[in-house]
Design a protein around this ligand. Structure first.
Ligand SMILES: [Zn+2]
Length: 106
């Protein structure tokens, strides 16, 4: 039951720590303040921070696609409570496939 990080091949241990700190956001405190804290800790600007975060693939191992079992990818920390609150989640590929099947039936 956690957020998993899969860093890009080009990312080093420091980049991974930055991502871990960023994704440790609790979704309760001030998001902007959280971003600033991570930036200050590593002495980087927020565009640099987001460039590093964008390189790292993040997913939830307790939310998987109902059909294919693909783990749910995350784009922003707010996705964590949002995705967990859903009854069921479908990955983009399955969702698209089901949508097409539904249309063809009609
Ligand atoms: Zn799927």
């Amino acid at each position: 039951m956690s957020v998993k990080l899969q860093p890009n091949m080009t990312q080093n241990a420091r980049d991974l720590r930055i991502c871990e700190d960023y994704w440790a956001y609790d979704n309760q405190s001030d998001y902007i303040a959280h971003v600033e804290t991570v930036c200050e800790k590593y002495e980087i600007s927020s565009p640099v921070l987001f460039a590093i975060i964008a390189q790292c693939y993040v997913y939830l191992d307790d939310v998987v696609c109902e059909y294919c079992g693909y783990p749910c990818p995350l784009e922003v920390p707010a996705d964590i409570p949002y995705m967990r609150a859903k009854d069921g989640w479908l990955c983009a590929i399955c969702e698209h496939a089901l949508w097409r099947t539904d249309k063809e039936r009609k």
